[in-house]
Design a protein around this ligand. Structure first.
Ligand code: PRP
Ligand code: URA
Length: 207
């Protein structure tokens, strides 16, 4: 299942990110802001239970987060900016990292790092990567999360291509995808069209 967050604030910020004139500083700030807004939507179904609390006025029952604890997992390197901002909303979440890069020739993901919370099997996992293009990186990351025991996983991306969504739906039909926009297609180099370019390069100024 794919949820596209159509809120005007998200859409406006994403449009500025797409603009080729947007520089590193503003791109980073916008990526962080969009990530927070995506997390607000992705975490809409977190469990709450009523707990008794005393306000300065009276004692009553109020909703408090309950259920599985959370883990945020970034696909390096571009996913880092998303977990770094989302952890502000859920400071008790544990954070994992999966290092993958896409081979520019084959477009296949190459794994180089994996460090996950040891109790990932007991946690609800939010996997972050700004770009879902061929879907190879996200599919491989989800497979390694499942291998480590994770059973409840949501994938959060800023932009997705239909090709990537189809791969996740084929390989991991249990994983819900939350995105700010679903673009038209991939070009011959595996870039999302119209897209925003290379997310990692635009976040870190490496191009
Ligand atoms: C980008 C992006 C995703 C991947 C998406 O990473 O951040 O991880 O490409 O492409 P896919 O869906 O076709 O696998 P990249 O390989 O450029 O690495 P980087 O984040 O280190 O720059
Ligand atoms: N990775 C990116 O950073 N951008 C794309 O358009 C595709 C893959």
């Amino acid at each position: 299942m794919v949820t596209v967050v159509t809120h005007p604030l998200v859409q406006h910020k994403l449009s500025v990110m797409r603009d080729v004139r947007t520089g590193v500083k503003e791109f980073r700030e916008l990526a962080s802001e969009v990530s927070l807004l995506l997390a607000y939507e992705a975490m809409r179904d977190l469990e709450v239970t009523q707990e008794e609390l005393t306000t300065p006025i009276t004692t009553a029952e109020f909703p408090m987060l309950s259920g599985k604890k959370l883990a945020l997992v970034a696909i390096l390197r571009a996913g880092l900016i998303m977990t770094d901002s989302i952890v502000q909303l859920v400071p008790a979440a544990k954070v994992g990292h999966i290092g993958l890069y896409r081979d520019p020739q084959t477009l296949e993901p190459v794994a180089y790092y994996n460090k996950l919370p040891t109790d990932i099997a007991e946690r609800r996992v939010f996997l972050t990567d700004p770009m879902l293009a061929t879907g190879g990186s996200a599919s491989a990351a989800i497979a390694s999360l499942k291998e480590a025991g994770a059973t409840t996983i949501k994938l959060m991306c800023i932009l997705a291509a239909p090709e990537g969504v189809a791969v996740i739906e084929r390989d991991h039909p249990d994983v819900e995808i939350v995105v700010a926009a679903l673009d038209s297609h991939l070009n011959d180099h595996g870039y999302i069209v119209p897209g925003l370019g290379d997310a990692g390069d635009r976040i870190y100024g490496t191009k």
